[in-house]
Design a binder for this molecule. Structure first.
Ligand SMILES: [Zn+2]
Length: 445
């Protein structure tokens, strides 16, 4: 019995020992496999891979030195064969792209963003992904960098450059998903950016409204209208981001992508002007009221002599003003003020991160005000049209807002509210823009 017991105990121990010996290498091999799979997976299935063109950088420098917002929880650094990409686009080829492991082809057409006399090798494209139900692509490529936003499955996938270069001399880019951006910072208050509403009485705005109606009726004609826009910046943005002009062009490409819809039909033609950069940086209001700086440093005479309808100041400073963009807008009783807008390019302590998505959404918002598009009910100015409102809706469990929603939220989209898209009869900023567009296009003949 004893022996038997002992033998039984021994055999149990032996079995256990053997099992452990067998299990340990199995587990260990498994975890090594997982780790190497994970590394291989990351290289094989990056957030975005443009086949034969983009390449992930595995040697990742410190995030702090890269100027990527802290709240971008996941991102990948990459370099691109820019010349190859330019050739593919110039030859009208569909560019294969893999997004989160799914293969697509980008079907893109060039979109005119710059005025015909602008000498630039930077080109912009819009389009969609073949073999996807609903997608949108806006892309700008210079001789150094690629800026792109691809919307698919309700997520924006963004590629943007940073000022750093890899050892090979290629500019480093980063790719991220809008769904990996953590919200950080406070909301800004609502109506501080449509300044006419703040600074003029209801009576003054009423008079302005009657004048505006007469003007609009006289100018109402159909078909696409051309609006000339001059982009200004300051020394700060130029020094922070050597590729600022490609980024500015991509913002206007996004603006055109929204304003060229069939119920708006506005085409912006841009010039880029650095001649006021030092004056803007030296202006007394450049931190506290940058929208005042652009009006003080760029005169109406200067705009008129350059045949520009609108001036947009993409400001390189973190302004102390309680907004990240501002304009007096279409409602201002003073005609000169109606032609200027400012948008902050720098990261803000508020929710606003100074990167492509937020910069673009706020630019569409402010330019919308120049065409009298207004905020949502409760945030509008006095005496506003009942249909001229931003819109909010829920899509696949997510609440979203059109671009004129105030204050700026991360869930704001690039879209203008419309009876034909996201919006309804009472939330139709597109109609207001359509009504005012000929007035704006005629600021300068
Ligand atoms: Zn606003």
């Amino acid at each position: 019995m004893k022996l038997k017991k002992g033998m039984r105990a021994l055999s149990l121990l032996l079995i256990m020992a053997l099992l452990t010996a067998m299990l340990v290498p199995v587990v260990s091999a498994e975890s090594n496999k997982n780790l190497s799979d994970h590394i291989q997976e990351k290289k094989k299935n990056p957030i975005i891979n443009i086949e034969g063109i983009s390449e992930i950088i595995s040697d990742i420098p410190e995030k702090e030195s890269l100027n990527i917002p802290e709240n971008f929880e996941k991102y990948e650094l990459l370099t691109l064969d820019i010349q190859k990409m330019r050739n593919e686009l110039a030859n009208g080829r569909m560019v294969p792209i893999c997004i989160d492991g799914v293969f697509y082809k980008m079907n893109l057409s060039e979109i005119m963003v710059n005025a015909p006399d602008v000498k630039s090798q930077t080109l912009s494209y819009t389009g969609h992904l073949e073999n996807s139900n609903k997608s949108e692509v806006v892309l700008t490529i210079s001789e150094r960098v690629l800026i792109a936003r691809i919307n698919v499955n309700g997520i924006d996938y963004v590629i943007e450059s940073i000022p750093h270069k890899e050892k090979s001399g290629k500019v480093i880019h980063y790719a991220h998903r809008s769904s990996d951006v953590k919200e950080e910072g406070e909301y800004l208050s609502g109506t501080d950016d449509y300044l006419a509403h703040k600074e003029y009485s209801a009576e003054e705005l009423k008079i302005r409204e009657i004048e505006a109606k007469t003007e609009e009726e006289e100018m109402a004609v159909r078909s696409e209208v051309a609006v000339r826009i001059r982009i200004f910046t300051d020394d700060q943005w130029i020094s922070d981001e050597p590729d600022w002009q490609a980024k500015a062009q991509d913002i206007i490409a996004e603006l055109n992508n929204q304003f060229q819809r069939s119920d708006i039909q506005v085409h912006f033609y841009a010039h880029y002007d650095t001649s006021k950069a030092s004056a803007l940086s030296g202006d007394i209001n450049h931190i506290s009221r940058p929208f005042q700086s652009i009006m003080d440093q760029v005169s109406i005479t200067y705009l008129n002599s350059n045949h520009e309808d609108l001036a947009l100041y993409l400001g390189g400073y973190d302004s102390t003003y309680n907004a990240v963009g501002a304009t007096y807008g279409y409602d201002s009783p003073y005609p000169d003020q109606r032609r200027y807008a400012w948008v902050q390019m720098k990261d803000d302590p508020s929710l606003y991160d100074g990167e492509h998505e937020d910069r673009t959404k706020v630019t569409i918002h402010e330019i919308g005000h120049l065409f009298d598009a207004d905020h949502q009910p409760g945030q509008q100015g006095p005496g506003q049209e009942s249909y001229n409102r931003a819109y909010q809706w829920t899509e696949q469990g997510t609440t979203k807002q059109t671009a004129l929603w105030a204050p700026f939220l991360k869930s704001n989209t690039y879209e203008i509210s419309s009876n034909d898209y996201n919006g309804d009869y009472y939330h139709n900023n597109a109609l207001r823009i359509y009504q005012t567009r000929n007035v704006i296009a005629s600021y300068v003949w």
